[in-house]
Design a protein around this ligand. Sequence first.
Ligand code: KIV
Ligand code: ZN
Length: 507
Amino acid sequence: MMDRILFQDTTLRDGDQTPGVNFSVSQKEELARLLEDAGVDFIEAGFPAASPGDFKAVQSIAAALKHAGVTALARANEKDIEAARDALCGAAHPRIHVFLALSDLHLKEKLNLSREDALDAIDRSVRLARNYCDDVEFSAEDATRADRAFLAQAFRRAAEAGASVLNVPDTVGVSTPAEFADLITYLKNADGLRGKCFSVHCHNDLGLAVSNTLSGLAAGAQMAECTINGIGERAGNASLEQIAMALKVKRETYRKEFALDTKKLLNLSKTVSALSGVPVSPTAPIVGANAFAHESGIHQHGILKNRKTYQIIDPEDLGLKETSLVLGKLSGRHAFSEKARELGFSLEKEQLEEAFAAFLQLADRKKIVRDDEVEAILEDQRDARILSEGFHLTAFQIQSNSGGMASADITLSKKGKTLRDAATGTGPIEAAFHTVDRIVDRKVVLDAYRIRAVTEGTDALGVVQVKIRYQEQSFTGRGVSLDIIEASIKAYINAINRALFFTEAGK
Ligand code: KIV
Ligand code: ZN
């Protein structure tokens, strides 16, 4: 008999804590819908007390989802729990997730709480959460560095107060698989905790998050908390796709079943990467561009005879067609356009022809063209299209004075048409960006601006990178010039061209 385990995805909460990542409300809604569609059991949608944006995201996800549970995080205090309750009102399957750190280090240094006070806080906060919601999860933050007997006592208090799920986080990613399994076994057998539902939540500081999660599940935990692509604080969380595929490929070892549709993992990974701006390493397991690529001649030979020689994962489990994996010089237009579609590109006939010609040139030199190489060809093609369809800087003139105000006069061109305007701003860059805004006639928000010199000296080449927001999505642009104002205008136009292409012209 197989045990059924649950997935609680926390991409929208712990993943949103990845340095540099800040999903917008609409991006969170989109991801939540995809996660639900993939069959994820619970979606941790955010931390409502943390910010109005988080509150709004949890609220709208709670209202939108029908099948998946929606979880909202709260510290063990009234204000947080009430914010979670308010944000979850309207959810079909709400869950309040209360957490409190329980290691002596955290209790003393971070919270200045005695163990007794912590037990009281657990009791009070879980009871309060239960007044508002039938499903309450309690997490013992930094559980792997807490005193075991005290941890068991704390979980007992949480269970007695009505918590339905007891989560054991390896908050700082310090555990090993054997230690973690041992901890779960200890807790599951502790007095008053037999038969309780345990969850595991592992961070990846030592690269062991997935292994620790699998060990926790093997030891009897019933739920895994994880993120798509393993994004999250510091080195991230356990990756959902790796856990799911390990359970699937090693089914006879783990003997666990789950509801998640693994065919949806690649699209989830791509979407999270695109919306978070965190790239997936080509060598990442399961979702990396090379996960099904075979470089050495010996491997290629084996694979062409029988996939199992060097490939333990059945590509069909990820929704990939077995035959579509290997492209070579004998692959025709049809196979190439299938591959383009599979990689998420929809190019027009002409662009596809050009990309196919570039592919053939490469395929002539190599026996097999890997997916990441095909992707690079298609991206080149798309960038060329963005460039040909977008705005170009033709001329500019800036005047600034010692009072700080500046004015800009800029000429752009688009598809042979000349567009000129002028505007002012505090400083030359602001004046230039205001002028570009007027010309492109769109509401764009500048989120980040970074400038650096590539070389030293007064003739240094300046590289400007900007991040803009358009229609709730983020886009980046880069400009290079000896003149930093020119580099800035180019970067800004570049980001706007990408924004318009992706939001108005399709991929
Ligand atoms: O890592 C952690 O301890 C957490 C808790 C809030 C569950 O994210
Ligand atoms: Zn965490």
